[in-house]
Design a protein around this ligand. Structure first.
Ligand SMILES: C[S@@+](CC[C@H](N)C(=O)[O-])C[C@H]1O[C@@H](n2cnc3c(N)ncnc32)[C@H](O)[C@@H]1O
Length: 191
């Protein structure tokens, strides 16, 4: 059975509708979403931070996985109009109760996270040139054994190159690039 078919019918319909406008809202591919959904459940991940909410397509998948692990999602977006759409989608898909949406620039929001805020899995899918900054801001909050996944590392290879060089040269991380549609890097914090 396809993963999407395990969801309630409303969620299935909303995800399929959102896939029709995927390019307008820069949503991740379904296969990338399915990968993260399985990964979060299999690794029993509880605390996820997403940079780049858009209309909530990826957030629905992350939220559905976190419903299974008993976790929560913090998702960050600076455009009010997209947040309104995302909120509505989260409510309709039954994941709104475990999702906190913060509006603003992700760098600022990450900078002001409480010192003791711990992240198991960070999903970065926003301004590509800022990936390196997001990485440095996420690093102190990421648990040892936690992950940072970044989308578009193949489709926007040039723009994310400084980030990739940085994480590849960081002895605290093991990083791999998965050949999912836009390219997803998956870095594990090993110490
Ligand atoms: C690629 S889309 C996210 C798609 C979403 N993850 C999904 O798959 O459904 C990137 C989003 O990040 C937002 N964004 C870009 N840079 C940002 C920043 N520095 N802070 C907050 N939001 C940002 C954009 O407004 C846009 O909606």
């Amino acid at each position: 059975m396809n993963i999407i078919e395990t969801f309630d019918i409303t969620t299935q319909n909303i995800l399929k509708e959102l896939e029709k406008t995927q390019h307008d809202f820069w949503n991740i591919s379904r296969v990338t979403a399915e990968f993260m959904y399985n990964f979060i459940i299999d690794a029993n991940i509880k605390s996820v931070v997403e940079i780049g909410t858009s209309n909530g397509y990826s957030g629905i998948w992350l939220g559905k996985a976190l419903k299974k692990t008993g976790g929560r999602l913090l998702t960050i977006e600076f455009y009010e109009k997209r947040i309104v759409l995302a909120k509505d989608n989260f409510e309709k898909c039954g994941v709104a109760d475990i999702i906190d949406i913060k509006q603003g620039d992700a760098s600022t929001i990450l900078e002001y996270l409480p010192e003791d805020y711990k992240i198991d899995f960070a999903f970065v899918d926003a301004c590509k040139k800022q990936y390196i900054d997001f990485f440095h801001l996420i690093h102190p909050h990421l648990k040892t054994g936690g992950y940072i996944a970044c989308d578009n590392v193949i489709s926007h290879a040039q723009k994310v190159q400084t980030f990739l060089n940085d994480i590849d040269n960081n002895p605290d991380y093991e990083n791999v690039i998965l050949p999912l549609p836009a390219g997803l890097s998956l870095g594990k914090k090993i110490k």
